[in-house]
Design a protein around this ligand. Sequence first.
Ligand code: DP6
Length: 330
Amino acid sequence: MDQPLGNDRTATARAHSNIALIKYWGKRDAALNIPAVGSISLTLDALSTDTRVTFRSGLEQDEFWLVGTRADATRASHLLDIVRDSSGVGSRAVVESTNNFPTAAGLASSASGFAALAVAASAAAGLSLDDRELSILARRGSGSAARSLFGGIVELYAGTRDDGLDSFAEPVLPPETWPLTVVVAITELGQKSVNSTAGMGGSALTSPFYPAWVDTGKDDLAAMRLAIANRDFEQLGELAEYSCLKLHGLMMSTRPALLYWNAATMAAIHAVYELRASGIPVYFTIDAGPQLKALCLPEHAGTVADALGQVAGVQETRISTLGHGAQLLP
Ligand code: DP6
């Protein structure tokens, strides 16, 4: 049923995706989506999501439109319910999202999506939340989204409180301070097989490595904070590769196994090793999917992208600098 425009409460927000250097995997509380470990990430300028939220009276259920196609609204509704509870807005909403990257490339990260949704939904409902409250709201939608509220290098705290109010993200370094570059090598078009939420639940229940993963997380965070404070790129890169491979070891030891790599992912890892042996400081990281992200300094981005572009099975490369935090659009 169409309502006059005057009844609509609407806002639009943009958020960038991010890639974790020290990875989040596992939940301390699944209902409140509190992570079991802290994480540190880079916000990526080249990958962003724009989301418009319109609360409309008379609408019977929330609608979620992803790049013009109606999609499952369950996870968006969950976040919208939190906003409705705290604002008193009762209406259902239409959520319209677009990405500035090919959605089919499996890069569609929940991070940029839920960060943009948190900012747009809270503004549309008339809530004025500060950055910390927005980060907590985004985290309720997806853990990695808490980090996309901010630009540059960002840390998400696991916190210790049962209500999750000390589990939020904060900026560590603004994007201009240290111009790091990320080259994304897309090795597969299409969506990943097991989503992160289900995957990390499986790891916690079945992997004998999971307790060690949680126990050692703090050391990795401390080492990474030091590398960042010292602007030590090689240390940052080594720690990022270590956290990535430790995560994938945990994933592979999960039952059923989570093996997200394909042959091109492996070939791209070796291409990074070869570049490094030839004197170019470049390091890789990989999330719950087959795409490889190479970390390098801006002066090497072209060489790294060329080398990864030549790896058999790499379909496309994208170069990204560090991006800014989530914002409302006019
Ligand atoms: C491998 O943030 O997608 O990308 O909180 O269940 O939505 P949920 O998980 P999500 O997991 C991200 C996992 C990761 C590592 C990371 O981004 O830190």
